[in-house]
Design a protein around this ligand. Structure first.
Ligand code: SAM
Length: 267
């Protein structure tokens, strides 16, 4: 059966459209999201409403951001959803999430994300972290492994450091390709990101942390000394209490923040 006949909509590759069609997985994801009226519930990329319908069932209002004009139009006339949805047709990457904040209610954000924009979208959302209670995202499994990795492992990298700087990261469940129409080429997984209300290792300049991470992980096989040569000398490493002979994946988020703060103070 073609996607069109099956879904009543032709999946658009350029919008990363892989629609969830497995009822069991949908229930488990909605259980993890735990929709409630005490938070502003926000869905990115509602598509054909596989998550939107069951989430909206138990709450009064759901805000959705959908890039595809046709899909946004469909939601506007959806018989059971139209009265509950606040629909923003546009690009979630450019969306100002602070406009959704209301006093004493943080956002709960979720979505089965288009994989081509998932990393920039998470970075965009980290900018609004103080307003967000938690986020549940369907991502490529490989990305979930990177987000939740521990130091000393192959998956640990700059995405890990930046995500774990802002959030507690909890892998929730794995989702095989057969749960989607059309099936994606890779395995997927749902992750929960919980922004820290109080950051355990506050950074004085997050852009500098990003630069340190990019530079440190420039060549994974090289040591911190080699990769960070333009920024930090052996004497600096000694003051920081970090062994410059280690590789970039061998040091903690806290140590990355320490390097960024050290460089900030030296400026
Ligand atoms: N939530 C639906 C589901 O689980 O079946 C659809 C998921 S599909 C992987 C991704 C959805 O995000 C599509 O509806 C797509 O049109 C939408 N989308 C793609 N890029 C977007 C963007 N930049 N901003 C908002 N929505 C986007």
């Amino acid at each position: 059966m073609s996607n069109k006949v099956h879904l009543g909509h032709t999946a658009r590759k350029r919008f990363g459209q892989n629609f969830l069609t497995d009822g069991n997985i949908i229930n488990r994801i909605v259980g993890a999201i735990a929709p409630d009226n005490d938070h502003v519930m926000v869905e990115i990329g509602p598509g054909l409403a596989a998550l939107t319908e069951p989430v909206a069932q138990s709450i009064d209002n759901l805000t959705v951001i959908e890039l595809d004009r046709d899909l946004a139009e469909r939601l506007k006339v959806h018989p059971t959803l139209k009265n509950k949805l606040t629909i923003h047709q546009g690009d979630a990457l450019k969306f100002d999430f602070s406009q959704l904040v209301v006093p004493d209610r943080k956002l709960k954000v979720f979505g089965n994300l288009p994989y081509n924009i998932s990393t920039p979208l998470m970075f965009h959302l980290f900018e609004f972290a103080e307003h967000i209670e938690n986020m549940h995202f369907m991502l490529q499994k490989e990305v979930v492994l990177r987000l939740s990795a521990s130091p000393g492992t192959k998956a640990y990298g700059k995405l890990t450091v930046m995500a774990q700087y802002y959030c507690q990261v909890v892998p929730v469940l794995e989702v095989p390709p057969g749960c989607f129409t059309p099936p994606p080429k890779v395995d997927s997984a749902v992750v929960r990101l919980v922004p820290y209300a109080v950051k355990p290792w506050p950074c004085k300049d997050v852009e500098l942390l990003r630069t340190v991470c990019n530079t440190a992980f420039n060549m994974r096989r090289k040591t911190l000394r080699n990769n960070l040569k333009p920024m930090l000398s052996d004497a600096d490493f000694e003051l920081l209490g970090i062994d410059p002979g280690l590789r970039p994946e061998d040091i903690s988020v806290q140590q990355y923040v320490a390097m960024a703060n050290y460089l900030f103070d030296k400026r």
